[in-house]
Design a protein around this ligand. Structure first.
Ligand SMILES: Nc1ncnc2c1ncn2[C@@H]1O[C@H](COP(=O)(O)OP(=O)(O)OP(=O)(O)O)[C@@H](O)[C@H]1O
Ligand SMILES: [Mg+2]
Length: 267
């Protein structure tokens, strides 16, 4: 019994020592300022787009709704495949113009943005005919070409939609797009952006493959590509030609059949 009492006293004394008021216990300072990657995202200038404007441009993924479902399925499938393969850079192209590339790219970007735990980036690399700004009805302060060639920083040029989508776009065409798309400096710039901002997905909205050399020049910078074909205008031989060209340079993630009407037979 005495032994037990002695042990209890010892434990009580040692507890008292640990909470001795003479020993100052400093509260751990709560970190309120974001640091590193979060701070870099917060430093991007934010912009918003009106839902009505987006919908007019067929960008429907800002909110979860019925019309967004096909793009949400595409987003989830693309994301899972990319994660499985460790891919981050997704090119979007098509055989011929006006197939729905930019529509698909914007819908994917905003659909990814609804996933709060993801970060997504959208680059308008259709340098001869940039149109992403028109989809968002937004005027970026600098051209994407100025950022890629180092005249301005990504932080100055890109705009942030919500907390987790960065959009790098242009108001005007570039005079020598192929040079920028082929340049080693462009590849290095994109790698440095990826390192600094750690996006889960970088979407590259590219021109069509069969109209000029721009997409061919750039595809080495993509981990994979989606080919958008328009059911009412793309021919099979155009698709085949495009797929061959893309597969020579990167992984074909899949093919999006755009503007297909389920009720075709009944109309
Ligand atoms: N499924 C669809 N149904 C009807 N119209 C569509 C559909 N997808 C896209 N469009 C419309 O087709 C036009 C071209 O779309 P978009 O700009 O996305 O194509 P693009 O392939 O990026 O064109 P470009 O080659 O000029 O860059 C736009 O007016 C767009 O709203
Ligand atoms: Mg386009």
């Amino acid at each position: 019994m005495e032994k037990l009492q002695a042990a209890l006293d010892k434990a009580r004394n040692s507890r008292r020592e640990r909470t001795d008021p003479g020993v100052e216990v400093k509260p751990v300072a709560k970190e309120t300022q974001p640091s590193g990657v979060d701070a870099r995202w917060q430093a991007l200038t934010s912009f918003d787009a009106k839902d009505a404007d987006l919908i007019r441009h067929r960008v429907v993924t800002r909110h979860a709704r019925k019309e967004a479902t096909p793009f949400d399925i595409l987003r989830t499938k693309a994301l899972l495949q990319m994660r499985q393969n460790g891919w981050k850079r997704l090119a979007i192209t098509s055989p011929m113009p006006q197939s729905g590339k930019t529509t698909t790219a914007c819908n994917l970007a905003l659909g990814l943005g609804r996933q709060r735990d993801l970060r997504a980036m959208l680059f308008d690399l259709d340098l001869r005919d940039p149109s992403v700004h028109a989809f968002f009805e937004t005027q970026p302060p600098y051209l994407i070409g100025e950022m890629l060639t180092g005249a301005v920083s990504f932080e100055e040029q890109a705009l942030r939609y919500g907390d987790n989508v960065a959009v790098s776009m242009s108001l005007h065409p570039e005079t020598d797009p192929t040079r920028i798309l082929l340049a080693e400096d462009t590849a290095e710039k994109l790698t440095s952006i990826q390192d600094a901002y750690e996006p889960d997905v970088m979407i590259y909205d590219l021109p069509s493959v069969l109209v000029n050399d721009d997409t061919r020049a750039f595809l080495k910078n993509a981990d994979c590509a989606l080919i958008v074909v328009r059911s009412d205008s793309t021919t099979y031989s155009q698709f085949e030609h495009c797929q061959r060209e893309v597969a020579e340079q990167t992984n074909v993630l899949g093919v999006v059949l755009n503007a297909y009407r389920h009720d075709k037979r009944t109309t």
